[in-house]
Design a protein around this ligand. Structure first.
Ligand SMILES: [Zn+2]
Length: 154
């Protein structure tokens, strides 16, 4: 990950630990090639429409920016699944990630805006200022914050 995002991630993980939540990083930076093979495997498994909902096409993944981290529970509970949102790490991240400059990038019920299925484990670093502003104005997506149109597809 990029330096500032990585530093804040370290703080976030300590914050979780201090709150008794055993959270681990699962997947951070991905190269174009890694994303290409990941996306291709989803297309093969589920078809393109579903693949587009759950994965980014190569060149479009936030993981390629170095600003994004997928988190998990240390015991692996609900790893990269919707039910992660109800686990200790998912609940803590939804409530506290903003304090470290991260947002849950693809929130529940916002698929028509973000173009992605609910991913309670996928945190995007936006910095402390934006994360706090989104929190105080109750804006759940970066699209809303930036005043961008919905991005349901490519
Ligand atoms: Zn992710």
């Amino acid at each position: 990950m990029r330096n500032d995002a990585a530093q804040q991630l370290t703080r976030l993980l300590s914050g979780a630990r201090a709150a008794g939540v055993a959270m681990v990083p699962v997947s951070g930076y991905r190269s174009y090639d890694t994303q290409a093979s990941l996306y291709a495997s989803y297309v093969q498994q589920y078809g393109q429409a579903t693949a587009d909902l759950i994965s980014a096409r190569p060149g479009h993944s936030e993981h390629q920016t170095g600003l994004t981290i997928d988190i998990g529970n240390a015991n692996g509970a609900c790893g990269l699944q919707e039910c992660f949102g109800g686990t200790p790490s998912g609940v803590w991240a939804a409530q506290n990630a903003w304090r470290y400059g991260f947002i849950v990038r693809y929130p529940q019920g916002q698929t028509s805006i973000t173009g992605y299925a609910y991913e309670p484990w996928h945190l995007r670093y936006v910095g402390l200022t934006i994360a706090s502003e989104m929190r105080s104005h109750n804006l759940s997506t970066l699209e809303h914050y930036m005043g961008l149109p919905a991005a349901p597809s490519y």
